[in-house]
Design a protein around this ligand. Structure first.
Ligand code: CA
Length: 227
């Protein structure tokens, strides 16, 4: 069962969140104090933490910093202070998402689900040999289920760009920027044809799953199979 830690000193908010998350089948625990929450995360990291910024004894930013030293498990910040948002999502502190107060519990549940899904996808796509899709950035090579994909450099760079954020939709323009050199002088139509080749090579190794999703009028995303 997925364990979610709710760190929130407003008991009404915490109890509504607990009700909604339990109803969705998550196991929840509530802690109202920053220092106790950090100790809990260090002793036994949950699968996901919902973390309020303004907390007694130790604020949410300090808890996040401490948590990151122990665990990569996702953290969603709950904040009423919009000026904190840039810092929260920036690399500096590494929160996975943030939700502004006041929020609806439904929105929180949807974000929790999205972040957990993204985390599962990242686990399926990485540089480790145990992952379904493994990229070797030094050799410009990619394996799917242990079999080489034999990609061209352009196909590799497209896959590399998409794989940095599985589930995120990239426009053709973004892919042009991320996967091509300015001197390449290619058009958005060329991106389509490289994507088509990449998709063909992926499905030859993995016929039961469509790794690249086309989003009509927007672009493409890499979709790892559900873990
Ligand atoms: Ca608070």
């Amino acid at each position: 069962m997925t364990r979610i830690l709710i760190v929130e000193d407003e008991h009404d908010i915490a109890s509504v969140l607990q009700d909604y998350l339990r109803h969705e089948g998550y196991d929840t625990e509530h802690i109202a104090d920053g220092q106790l929450a950090l100790a809990r995360i260090q002793a036994d990291p949950p699968d996901l933490t919902l973390l309020d910024v303004m907390l007694p004894r130790l604020d949410g930013l300090a808890v996040l910093r401490g948590a990151r030293a122990h665990s990569d498990a996702p953290v969603i910040m709950l904040t009423a202070r919009t000026e904190e948002i840039d810092r929260l999502i920036g690399l500096e502190l590494g929160a996975d998402d943030y939700i502004c107060k006041p929020f609806s519990p439904r929105e929180v549940v949807a974000r929790v689900r999205a972040v957990l899904r993204r985390t599962a996808q990242q686990a399926a796509v990485s540089n480790g040999p145990a992952c379904a899709l493994a990229l070797d950035e030094e050799q410009w090579s990619a394996n799917l289920h242990g079999e080489p994909l034999n990609l061209t450099r352009r196909e590799f760079r497209l896959l590399q760009a998409l794989a940095r954020h599985p589930g995120r939709i990239f426009s053709r323009g973004q892919l042009l920027e991320l996967a091509y050199e300015p001197v390449d002088d290619v058009t958005e139509r060329a991106v389509d044809s490289h994507i088509k080749n990449l998709r063909r090579k992926l499905s030859a190794r993995s016929p039961s799953h469509d790794w690249i999703r086309s989003v009509y009028g927007i672009g493409f995303s890499l979709e790892a199979p559900d873990a």
